[in-house]
Design a protein around this ligand. Sequence first.
Ligand SMILES: O=C(O)C(=O)Cc1ccccc1
Length: 282
Amino acid sequence: MGNKKLRVACYGARGAYTYEAMEKQFGNREKEVIFCPLFEDVVKAVREGQADYGVVPMENSSTGGITEVYDLIQHYDCAIVGEQMVKIEHVLLGVPGATLDDIDTVYSHPQGFAQCREFFMEKRNWKQQPYFSTAQSAEKVAREGKKNQAAVASRTAGRLYGLQVLKDAIAFNSSNYTRFFIIGPAMEIADDADKITLVLSVRHESGALYHVLGYFFYGGMNMTHLESRPIKGKPFEYFFHIDVMGKLRNPANAQTLRGIESMSTYFKILGNYPSYTHKEES
Ligand SMILES: O=C(O)C(=O)Cc1ccccc1
């Protein structure tokens, strides 16, 4: 890439959780950040070359896989070049001077509402208004300046957009983490890459997935995530998105994957990248 400034497509806005993940990945590098209001805008920007990399959330420890992102990466044929993990601590934000009693409408990303489900069970007369990222929700509430409006977002977003915390720690799971993919137009295998993401489908017959997964067991490759996604045009057939610990440069791992490929009706490796745990330990 020479000395050209890095262009990174980031979901949301400054103060979004994805922005935190982006800073963890690229913080020390000079970059131009292209903010995208939709996940699809991020993936498209990477595919069409407006950005060198993109950052999107893909899995949450309370609510599970963010399935739309899996479908988009597959549809736009992007590669995974890294991952990051961010601790998510949602707060309820309102305009200065507002109290909980003033609120009747709340804005957030649907993930924000899902992760605070129990808090909102008690607020049945509040309207939950799905919006873009949590940060854009905070910005909207600040910009409109109405006492009846609140946002579910981070404390950082509140500080950034001049809102006050009406209620702290509103997520139902205090150990709430989100995993993010760093995507690119093509695979990049760093020396410390230790995790592989791949997509496959198998014949529609008994034992087909069992046989495929058996290869991981016999090859000693620890599977860390499995997500099944419907295949468009083939009702009740699935793409399996699989994360396993391993290295494509390790001949034994490569051999295991070749075995799996031979058992699959569709097989594509999306990336081999340094895992979050690996980075934390090093
Ligand atoms: O909206 C954001 O801030 C995001 O980055 C998406 C998201 C929303 C809620 C939890 C984790 C990620």
